[in-house]
Design a protein around this ligand. Structure first.
Ligand code: ADP
Ligand code: ADP
Length: 231
């Protein structure tokens, strides 16, 4: 099953005519883990942000779980619920506890009862290994712990697809592993994932496909074996 189909996607900025996406195509099937690599400024972040309508694009076509992403607001709402996203900066709400961060969207967007949302949230916090921190505030946690809260928060909406945009780039080296381990177990459970990351070890071991972007183009799309053994 095709979960994401992007065809010939173009995006440019009218202000300076910068053409950030120059005709990018990618298909991601259910359960696949795709890692996107490439130099800074090559359009990786912009590209994956089109998958949940955080970025508009001028030309091409994007279909996510059978829904064509247009400027139709109803589609955008549906897509945001189906596609979870984790950013480089954890983007947690600093004035809410860990538990409140994870229950906020399910109670407000999905209209779950607070008790039900909390049960689910506690399960997710246990899964990402931070159940003990549930009553703390983000500022009291390490970066690695905060990023795992951000993953739990995204999962609380029961997304079909998870997007990761350099999730370990803002972390101290000793915290990178715990976040990658969380992502790895998510992949093993069959989550469809698109990950922008420079973590070669993760790409080699977890990715089904590794994609290389350069100057707004997708220049390689291969299995990790082929990708990393090509000169
Ligand atoms: P990557 O994720 O590969 O580092 P990005 O998707 O963040 O790349 O690339 C963004 C590119 O688009 C950068 O070169 C940035 O300068 C440019 N860009 C972002 N926003 C604007 C804007 N509003 N106007 C013009 N250029 C922009
Ligand atoms: P990051 O590398 O942190 O992802 P971005 O490339 O997304 O940063 O840029 C951060 C902000 O700056 C965005 O709001 C983007 O629109 C704006 N921006 C980036 N590059 C340019 C540019 N060349 N001209 C105008 N705005 C830009």
């Amino acid at each position: 099953t095709e979960m994401i189909v992007a065809r010939d996607v173009h995006k440019w900025y009218a202000s300076n005519q910068f053409h950030v996406l120059r005709g990018v195509s990618l298909t991601v099937c259910k359960g696949e883990v795709v890692v996107i690599m490439g130099p800074s400024g090559s359009g990786k972040s912009t590209f994956i942000r089109t998958f949940n309508a955080l970025e508009e694009y001028q030309r091409g076509k994007i279909v996510v779980d059978g829904i064509e992403l247009s400027h139709d607001v109803r589609n955008v709402d549906t897509i945001r619920r189906e596609v979870g996203m984790v950013f480089q900066q954890f983007n947690l709400f600093p004035h809410l506890t860990v538990l409140q961060n994870v229950t906020l969207a399910p109670t407000w967007v999905r209209r779950w009862k607070k008790a039900q949302a909390e049960v689910t949230a506690m399960q997710l916090l246990e899964k990402v290994g931070i159940l003990e921190q549930a009553k703390k505030y983000p500022g009291q946690l390490s970066g690695g712990q905060q990023q795992r809260v951000a993953i739990a928060r995204a999962l609380a909406m029961q997304p079909k697809i998870m997007l990761f945009d350099e999730p370990t780039s803002a972390l101290d080296p000793e915290m990178v592993r715990e976040v990658l381990d969380t992502m790895r177990s998510l992949a093993q459970e069959g989550m469809t994932m698109v990950c922008v990351t420079h973590e070669v070890g993760f790409a080699r071991e977890v990715a089904d496909r590794v994609v290389l972007m350069a100057d707004g183009l997708l220049v390689e799309d291969a299995t990790p074996d082929v990708f990393f053994n090509n000169p």
